[in-house]
Design a protein around this ligand. Structure first.
Ligand code: ATP
Length: 359
């Protein structure tokens, strides 16, 4: 089910223009991510799809039909919706929260609960939590219940407003992976809001970068946005490509691995530090990153370092290379051999080039 914004503007009663002349088409079966700084109109745009917010002018079309022609309650029942603070029913058990929509759709209690149990497993919740009440869960667990509940609706359109923002990075990555895996099976039209560009390029088939004032700054594939930002705002939002050069070779997955400047923990650091330096230990394993402009008195200690991102092990699935690049504070994904020794680095752009067959 595709979605179209046709010159949509939303001005709130106090005069705030939250969305200004938005025109874009969201393709059926894709994940489209609205990303941008706080207050740029992402949530407002999302809520105009299910009529929680009505446009001041312009039209929102769902499957070619103006959403204003649908009864809001009926429209919302047919669209899954996940929000940051999951909005669970406090007096229902977790299992019954997840089973809400199947029950409303007339499934028997048993079947609805079986499905809910399956969904809990899918989002990584232990079965025994099903008997608890939402207040007895951590924030991250509640969030996963919210995702499971929205998936239970099994609607062709899923709206997700910062669904993973409140969970810790490891859990968040797991949820992102689950979402991608589910999406590869289900092919829903997912509209996802985040302020996190890494999350946006990781999840999005298309990324819509918005700027404050409710204007669409750029709309394209993650690689379009990373490779060819249309202006300085988008360029600074997606982060600069640090253009590393050096000796390189091509990994078995086709990624060109470049040299990286390293410093060793326990040894003095030559001044000045003008770029990110990768800190390694005596076994040549990565320990973290030393930021530009750092001053280190005496020998380098782990306390001087910024924690590194994930490691990409040479020859493993290329996805890991992208994760390593996107999760690295230096924008450089660390490539390691089977013993965890540093081989070199890759950038997200390089990996995207390989994925797209352009290099
Ligand atoms: N009900 C409202 N009344 C008045 N102004 C509002 C209302 N809701 C949102 N706004 C304003 O509209 C603008 C866009 O808000 P919106 O929540 O859509 O942005 P956002 O990009 O989702 O931000 P965030 O990432 O902080 O949630 C902001 O300036 C916000 O203050």
């Amino acid at each position: 089910m595709g979605i179209e914004f046709a010159d949509v503007t939303k001005r709130y009663p106090d005069g705030t223009v939250a969305v200004d002349g938005l025109s874009m088409t969201i393709e059926d079966g894709t994940i489209t991510v609205f990303v941008g700084p706080s207050g740029c109109g992402k949530t407002t745009s999302l809520r105009m799809i299910n009529r929680m917010v009505e446009p001041t002018s312009g039209r929102v079309l769902l499957d070619g039909k103006d959403v204003r022609d649908s009864d809001p309650a009926v429209l919302r029942r047919g669209i899954g919706y996940v929000i940051q603070h999951a909005g669970l029913f406090p007096h229902r058990t977790v299992l019954d929260n997840v089973a809400t929509v199947p029950l409303l759709s007339g499934w028997g209690k048993r079947k609805a609960r079986d499905r809910a149990a399956e969904l809990m497993e899918i989002v990584g919740l232990p079965a025994e939590l099903g008997k608890r009440y939402p207040a007895q869960l951590s924030g991250g667990q509640r969030q996963r219940v919210g995702v499971a509940r929205a998936l239970a609706a099994d609607s062709p359109v899923l709206l997700m407003d910062e669904p993973f923002s409140a969970v810790d990075p490891i859990v968040r990555e797991g949820l992102q992976d689950e979402l991608l895996r589910l999406q590869s099976q289900l092919g829903k039209t997912i509209v996802f809001v985040t302020h996190d560009i890494d999350e946006a390029v990781r999840l999005g088939d298309r990324v819509a970068v918005m700027r404050v004032g409710g204007k669409l700054a750029q709309y394209g594939t993650p690689s379009d946005v990373l490779r060819s930002p249309v202006d300085d705002f988008v360029a600074s939002f997606v982060g600069k490509d640090r253009g590393y050069r050096g000796l390189s070779f091509v990994d078995s997955a086709g990624v060109e691995v470049k040299d990286v400047a390293t410093v060793r923990v326990g040894e003095p650091v030559p001044a000045p530090v003008s770029d990110w330096l990768l800190a390694i230990n005596d076994a040549d394993q990565p320990r973290g990153w030393l930021p530009p402009e750092s001053t280190v008195e005496g020998s380098l200690t782990e306390g001087d370092l910024v924690a590194g991102g994930s490691l990409y092990q040479q020859g493993t699935a290329i996805r890991g290379a992208l994760d390593a690049a996107l999760s690295s504070p230096a924008g450089l994904g660390v490539v390691a051999d089977a013993e965890g020794r540093v081989v070199g680095v890759v950038t997200a752009r390089q990996v995207l080039d390989v994925i797209e067959g352009r290099s």
